[in-house]
Every structure is written in C-alpha cells, then in structure tokens.
Design a binder for this molecule. Structure first.
Ligand SMILES: [Zn+2]
Length: 172
C-alpha cells in the first residue's frame, strides 16, 4: 500500500519513499536489557511524574541509539500538548542541523481533556520520533517519510521492547 501523498512527490522523493517502504523492521540488539525501563516508564506516567518520565525516555533513547550505533539525541517531555485547528501535536522530531544533537519533544497530557496520555500511545510516540532519527542516522535516507515500512519499523521496535511485559504488572 502506498499513501496518497506519494503522487505529489518529486521523482527524487519517490525514490526515498520507496527505499523507506522496503525496510519493514529494525533489529534492536540486546533489546532485553532495555525492557526493565518499560514498566518504569508506565509507572512514572501513571504517577504523572514529568521529570521521571523524561529521565526514563532519555535512558531508552540513548540505550537504543547506542545499540543501533546512531548519534545520541535529546529527549524533552513537556506538559500539555500544543493544539490548533488541525488537531494535537503528539511528538516532534527535530534533526540536528547545526545543533549539538537532534531533539525529540513529547507531551504528557492531551490538550482537550488535560489527561495523561495512555502509556502505549506515549511509548509509540517516542518510538515514532526515534524512527525519524533512524531514517537519517541508520538508513541514511535524505528525508524521512511516513510510509507503511516506517510504521512497521515503529511496531517492530515496540514489540521488541514490550514483548515480555504485561500491563497488569504496573505498580501505581
Ligand atoms: Zn512522524
């Protein structure tokens, strides 16, 4: 399946899109070593502890960057999602481009109800933004598109990290 915006891309962009679409998984070496961070993240989010959420996200991001041999990146966790007529921003990836490192921004609360974001969607957002980082740093793609392959890579990381973890083991 090809997303509808493909038609509007230039020939060069189509080529990048097709490359992105062909990569359907990311093998995370020693993923098991990072798995203990997952319940910590769920607990911190349940406690609405922004600093703790940020600390665990940073450990996860750096741990994944090291295992995949891509440049380190910063993660910042902010309180309430920005919103506009187009909807809410869940996460944001900003490539290094002159800065010391790339930056991922994540928001803990939904703009509409000010509720803490559900754990799984929060983790997926972190992995989603990290996949943009991998497009540049691991796959050497000149641009990072949302392709079916991209979403499969996001899912593949998710399953490697939460494989042996059950939501009922979260301490509140
Ligand atoms: Zn994205």
């Amino acid at each position: 399946m090809v997303f509808s915006y493909y038609k509007k891309l230039s020939a060069d962009q189509k080529h990048i899109y097709e490359q992105s679409d062909r990569i359907i998984s990311v093998h995370l070496p020693d993923a098991g070593e990072l798995r203990p961070l997952i319940p910590l993240l769920a607990t911190a989010l349940a406690k609405e502890d922004r600093e703790q959420v940020e600390a665990v996200c940073r450990k996860l991001a750096l741990g994944m960057a090291d295992r995949l041999a891509v440049p380190h990146l910063r993660v910042r966790v902010l309180a309430v999602r920005p919103s506009a007529s187009w909807g809410e921003l869940h996460g944001l990836y900003e490539p290094a481009e002159g800065r010391a490192s790339a930056v991922i921004s994540l928001w803990m609360r939904t703009a509409k109800h000010r509720r803490v974001v559900a754990f799984k969607s929060f983790l997926r957002t972190l992995l989603h933004e990290l996949c943009h980082h991998l497009d540049y740093g691991l796959f050497n793609l000149p641009d990072s598109f949302h392709t079916e392959g991209f979403y499969k890579r996001e899912s593949s990381l998710f399953h490697q990290l939460v494989e042996e973890w059950r939501p009922d083991s979260v301490e509140k």
